[in-house]
Ligand binder design. Sequence first.
Ligand code: HEM
Length: 145
Amino acid sequence: MGQMLGDIAAILIALSGVAVIIGVVFIKRGDRVWHPRAMLVASALAGLFLVFYLLKWGLYGTTSYAGPEEWRVAYFALLVSHIVLAAANGPLVLWLLYNAFKSRFDIHRRWARWTVPVWLYVAVTGWVIDLILRTHGESAGGIRF
Ligand code: HEM
């Protein structure tokens, strides 16, 4: 069950990344109808990802790194950059949507140039971390406070 929740979460975050790229292609072509649609789908997929991710975390706890020692520092650098940018991505997306719906497109455009790379970085590194932990991880059990 834990494995299945993890698989669903990984698929959802990948699809959200794909939807973001499609949304960018639309706006680069000047399509102001399909750009918001693609981006709203991307946001919904990212929200759904969060639900599955938190469900897995809550029910099955975390996984810790148990791979080769010489890769530990590189893994943690990747993990920390992923966590910091993932935490920033949520408010950034809400800020983008807020400004878009208020028709403040100059602000929207300015912040979008930062948010899109952050979003894609978080999605790709999330996949890489997931892959590393599937092969070199060990269950750390339930949440410890
Ligand atoms: C979180 C979701 C969204 C993301 C990541 C996003 C991203 C972007 C990006 C990358 C651009 C192009 C910036 C540039 O010129 O370099 C853009 C422009 C634009 N977006 Fe979004 N967008 C999102 C949601 C929306 C929504 C919901 C709407 C409409 C309600 C919208 C309307 C627009 C418009 C009209 C432009 C063109 C602005 C201009 O050139 O004046 N976007 N967006």
